[in-house]
Design a protein around this ligand. Sequence first.
Ligand SMILES: Cc1cc2nc3c(=O)[nH]c(=O)nc-3n(C[C@H](O)[C@H](O)[C@H](O)COP(=O)(O)OP(=O)(O)OC[C@H]3O[C@@H](n4cnc5c(N)ncnc54)[C@H](O)[C@@H]3O)c2cc1C
Length: 288
Amino acid sequence: MIDYEYLKPKDLEEVFSLLKSYGERAVLIAGGTDVMVNIRNKKLAPEALISLRGLEDLAYVKKGEDGYHIGALATHRMLETSSLVQSELSALYDGASQVGSVQIRNVATVGGNICNAAPSADTASPLLALDAVAVLRGPGGSRKVPLTEFFTGPSQTVRASDEVLVEFEIPSEMGQFGSAYHKHSRRKAMDLPILGVAVSLKIEGEIIRDARIALSVAAPTPMRAMEAEAYLKGKKLSDDVLIEAGKIAANEASPRDSLRGKAWYRKEMIETFVPRMAHKALERLKNR
Ligand SMILES: Cc1cc2nc3c(=O)[nH]c(=O)nc-3n(C[C@H](O)[C@H](O)[C@H](O)COP(=O)(O)OP(=O)(O)OC[C@H]3O[C@@H](n4cnc5c(N)ncnc54)[C@H](O)[C@@H]3O)c2cc1C
């Protein structure tokens, strides 16, 4: 039997103090849907689990004058059922609403999804395409890290062992973008993506003013396809332009062969789904 202590601090100060006393022997746990699987598979054997479940004030989705704020403890279900996320941060709605099953989404958090740092994390591409910034807090204060700099490798991030991810900030400007995320998987339910494609676009008349393209399972970490984004900026919207952006994005990606899918197939799917997600993003913007 696996034996560990379960600690439930009431506030962040208590979390920091426990992290200091236990050091590497403790693991933070939010919804536990990754941590408990890793303990069962013997990838983790902590002496203590420090639960963040008592930090209920970190479970929120709100919009202020300075932009959107999503607490790290917000569950996927909270994001999925938020009318603000559905209408103004639609790619995140697409990602969160496709994580596991409703039972998983009721407990699994967006902070856990990002800190777990799987290349396949379903909220990673949407948050990248929405210019999200991760806010980390440690005993010495807070720091902000753009999500583009957050992931350092599969299952690895810039988060220091004494830091807690407290929220994501999304600039208010992103509310003027339409966005969409496609999770490409073999089955409709309970499957990790073979590939994830998120696109957000800002348009004025027929001109694409700004664009973000983010990809999951297309490289060792979730990534932005910045050459394709640069290509789109200032172009007149047309099918040809979006198809070309898909080709550029596929060239920027460096997927690997795996049991779920071959690298060449992932590249073809990037070419296919960049234009499709761009159309979906624009359609949503039109219908807002
Ligand atoms: C059956 C099943 C289906 C799944 N399907 C999907 C899927 O379709 N798509 C998908 O993306 N994922 C899926 N997952 C994975 C998992 O549910 C998600 O990654 C989930 O969002 C993790 O959140 P959590 O709160 O449960 O994280 P936890 O398991 O509690 O934590 C995950 C990691 O993040 C760290 N952590 C958590 N919160 C914080 C914080 N605030 N600050 C610092 N570190 C923190 C923990 O220490 C741990 O390393 C699935 C899992 C299961 C069991």
